[in-house]
Design a protein around this ligand. Structure first.
Ligand code: PEP
Ligand code: MN
Length: 443
């Protein structure tokens, strides 16, 4: 018997939602969020879709970077500025390597929700609910801290608002001047012996910038920068409460961020997350892991992008080093055959997490680099555009990932292990990755 659209499978309930101890409190908070001002605006989301349409045509590169989990404690001006600076520094290097404009997006101003592999965590015989991001509970291992608290959703809104305020100022007031951003890169290259291996590339970028300047590039383009925000649309009560429908166009936007993505754990085509993502007009993304079945991916993209709108949909592959050459091509081939103009982005972080002997979750810089290399190889073989990178990073000198010229070794992990969730590249590792990728792209 064939299925008519009315018979299509029922939407399954949302995965990865916390068990709120007080449903009435959640209801009151949702009501409050629904009437708060939007954090981002439809015109800004449309502008990002337009920029991403360039990526889908192979005419731009898409860089996303930021924390695995933002925290209220790290929501300081210095921390936000340091993360922004790191993404912008990477972008300058990649612009040169790819000879393409780079669309810059932060995992920032809203990345307060985390999917977890287990509902509970047990330490020394004590079992408590898992940490699900600062918008839900606190990372400290006490019953009070781990209790899901709806008031935290309002705190997440306010923290995102403060971060956005900093971003809007920083990106427009001259602090992000392209020449200055590259001067920080020169500093990075000259200050360490190992950094010197990128000296030639840095000099080439100097010359390119001087040339642009001499050709009369608009000084405003040097002084201001377009920067967008993104986070995982995980907690549907929050994302729905932040969605607003424009009465003129009838289009609904999730105004909590410009770009929202679905995680590897919540991406079933008939799931509640897919249904929500299909209902918003923002540009959106979806993570795709090594267990993804090409037919499911095609079913999902048909649901998320029925009109085949360039810039609408980004697929973020996170296969793990060693899996890319085998797992990615069948997915790309199936998607290409469906004629959807998706953007292909590589997340070389989430397939490469492992536990060190000390118990710290970590990632090897060499695995991260290897996944990116294989991602480029596959796209070259298939004639598709390797559209971008999605990286967990911070602007500080943390010791969470191992290797690269930063010299962080396994024994160093406890020194500055500050992440609330997954290990992030530190500033030097993030810049080294950008220089390495720029070299790959330039080839
Ligand atoms: C993440 O991006 O932090 C994350 C949880 O990723 P994934 O859904 O790919 O595991
Ligand atoms: Mn993560």
């Amino acid at each position: 018997m064939s299925m008519s659209p009315q018979d299509s499978p029922a939407v399954t309930s949302a995965k990865q939602q916390p068990e709120w101890p007080d449903a009435g409190e959640l209801e009151r908070v949702v009501k409050e969020l629904k009437v708060l001002p939007p954090l981002v605006f439809p015109s800004e989301c449309d502008l990002l879709t337009q920029r991403l349409a360039d990526v889908s045509r192979g005419e731009a590169f898409f860089l996303t970077g930021g924390d695995c989990a933002e925290t209220f404690a790290a929501n300081t001006a210095n921390s936000v500025r340091a993360r922004l600076k790191t993404v912008l520094q990477m972008a300058v290097v990649l612009t040169y390597g790819a000879t393409l404009p780079v669309v810059k997006v932060g995992r920032i101003a809203g990345q307060y929700f985390k999917p977890r592999s287990a509902n509970d965590e047990t330490i020394n015989g004590v079992t408590l609910p898992s940490y699900r991001g600062d918008a839900i509970n606190d990372v400290a291992f006490t019953p009070e801290a781990r209790r899901p608290d709806p008031q935290r959703l309002v705190r997440a809104y306010k923290a995102s608002n403060a971060t956005l305020n900093l971003i809007r100022s920083f990106s427009q007031d001259g602090s992000a001047d392209l020449r200055m951003v590259h001067a920080w890169n020169r500093d990075f290259v000259s200050k360490s012996d190992s950094g010197k291996k990128y000296d030639q590339l840095a000099k080439d970028i100097d010359r390119a910038l001087a040339f642009m300047h001499a050709c009369g590039a608009d000084p405003v383009e040097f002084r201001s920068v377009e920067f967008f925000t993104a986070h995982e649309a995980l907690l549907l009560d929050y994302e729905k409460a932040m969605s607003r429908t424009d009465y003129v166009t009838g289009r609904t936007y999730d105004t909590s961020a410009h770009f929202l993505w679905m995680g590897e754990r919540t991406r079933e085509p008939n799931g509640a997350h897919a249904q929500f993502m299909a209902s918003i007009s923002n540009p959106i993304g979806c993570k795709v892991g090594p267990k993804a079945n090409p037919d499911d991916v095609v079913a999902l993209i048909k649901k998320l992008d029925p009109d085949k709108t360039p810039g609408r949909l980004t697929l973020i592959s996170r296969m793990g080093a060693g899996n890319v050459l085998e797992k990615l091509p069948p997915i790309i081939k199936a998607v290409e055959a469906s004629n959807h103009p998706v953007i292909w982005v590589c997340d070389p972080m989430h397939g490469n997490t492992k536990e060190a002997a000390s118990g710290h979750k970590t990632r090897e810089f060499s695995d991260v680099l290897s996944e990116v290399k294989d991602f480029f190889t596959v796209h070259k073989q298939l004639g598709t555009h390797p559209g971008g990178l999605h990286i967990e990073l911070t602007g500080d000198d943390v010791t969470e990932c191992i290797g690269g010229i930063s010299g962080v070794m396994e024994k160093d992990l406890p020194m500055r292990y500050e992440t609330a969730c997954d290990p992030r590249l530190n500033r030097v590792q993030a810049l080294e990755l950008a220089f390495q990728v720029a070299e790959m792209l330039a080839k």
